[in-house]
Write a protein that binds this ligand. Structure first.
Ligand SMILES: *Cc1c(COP(=O)(O)O)cnc(C)c1O
Length: 389
């Protein structure tokens, strides 16, 4: 065995930062604001439906594209919230979380050597999946304080080898929510260069200011966009790993081709429960957003009181901070020391940036804290962080 075991495409993609930081949280008994999962479950009635489904009728392979009623509920949800029409039979595909949707879409659409332009910092699975597909990642950095889209930088990143634009709004980790003007610029570039677009909209119901605009609703985008959602994020059942893709029949067929050889299907008993969740009244979604906005405000205030520079997010589960005012300059070093300093775990954002000097300079002082936790936990975290001063 003269050569490394891990194939060279995956060089540099060791363990995720979440594994390191969550292990650190467990070992030190710290409050884990690193990984983005809620510490309370979604609606009881939805959970009970999954229990019922487990008792009978849903314990074998689900149909390849997902149960028809769930696909119907997904289409109804798109129409209710965004006025979009998708045919549940040909334009909707249920996946193993948004994670599999991202992998299946990239593996289906990217040829070796194709360039995939993505917003930087990246959600960590993008880099891995682009690499597995043999693609070349090209980052377009979002910069503090506003983390707005630099349209000129996006235009400059597009070359004749560009195949896919990978968009994420609301954006993890920065909390940016792309505006209509920014999305229009993305759409115009995608149309002008005849690009495919994968848009990760798992935080579609977590926008605190402004509104979520699905990219596929913009002119010229419906036929070239793969839209990805997640029941984990929208209904606080991240362990169920139910996600979905909405796109044209041709794009769904392409994504289904790779998806069927990744997991084939998964999560059968959770699918009827997610269908019911998607049909919850508007009040559920409004309360969910309002509740998470309150949590954001608690954590943001705590981080400000602790002396960090806080970039108030307009969406997602996360607050991005700059640690420089506390006398630190490297987020990774800061996050490794934070448990011993005050019993809190966060994640450094520089690991979500490219290795280039320019990208690392932006990412180095940035640290992400998750606020999808009980208010008592956030208050306790804020008290601990206050001791940093
Ligand atoms: C959590 C997350 C995902 C993964 O969603 P799952 O449904 O848990 O697979 C994808 N993209 C972003 C930006 C996320 O934050």
């Amino acid at each position: 065995m003269g050569r490394p075991l891990l194939n060279r495409r995956l060089d540099g993609l060791g363990t995720t930062i979440f594994a390191e930081m969550s292990a650190l949280a467990a070992a030190t008994g710290s409050i884990n604001l690193g990984q983005g999962f809620p510490d309370t479950d979604g609606p009881d009635a939805v959970r009970e439906l999954a229990v019922e489904a487990l008792r009978g009728g849903y314990n074998q392979y689900a149909p390849g594209p997902g149960y028809p009623d769930l696909r119907q509920a997904i289409a109804e949800h798109r129409r209710r919230f965004y006025g979009q029409t998708f045919d549940p039979d040909t334009e909707v595909l249920v996946t193993t979380g948004a994670t599999e949707a991202i992998a299946a879409a990239l593996l289906a659409l990217v040829e070796p050597g194709d360039e995939v332009v993505a917003l930087e910092p990246f959600y960590d699975s993008y880099a891995a999946c682009i690499a597995m597909a043999g693609g070349v990642r090209v980052g377009v950095p979002l910069r503090p304080p506003a983390f707005g889209l630099d349209v000129d930088a996006l235009r400059a990143a597009i070359t004749p080898r560009t195949r896919v634009l990978m968009i994420n709004t609301p954006h993890n980790p920065t909390g940016a929510v792309l505006t209509r003007a920014e999305l229009t610029a993305v759409a115009e570039l995608a149309v002008a260069h005849d690009l495919l677009v994968i848009t990760d909209e798992v935080y579609e119901h977590l926008v605190f200011e402004g509104e979520h605009i699905p990219l596929a609703t913009l002119p010229g985008m419906r036929e070239r966009t793969v839209t990805i959602s997640s029941a984990g994020k929208t209904f606080s059942f991240t362990g169920w790993k139910i996600g979905w893709v909405c796109a044209s029949p041709e794009l769904v067929a392409a994504v289904r081709t790779t998806k069927q050889f990744l997991t084939y299907v998964s999560g059968g008993p959770f699918q009827p429960a997610v269908a019911a969740a998607l049909r919850l009244p508007d009040a559920y979604f409004a309360e969910f957003t309002a509740d998470m906005r309150t949590k954001r405000d608690i954590l943001a205030a705590g981080l400000e009181a602790a002396g960090l520079t806080v970039y108030r997010p307009r969406g997602t589960y996360f607050v991005t901070t700059d640690i420089t005012p506390l006398g630190f300059d490297d987020g990774l070093d800061f996050c490794r020391r934070l448990p011993e300093l005050c019993g809190v775990v966060a994640v450094p954002e520089k690991v979500f940036f490219d290795d280039t000097e320019e990208s690392q300079k932006i990412g180095r002082p940035l640290v992400r804290f998750a606020f999808c936790k009980r208010e008592s936990v956030l208050t306790e975290a804020a008290e601990r962080l206050a001791t940093l001063r």
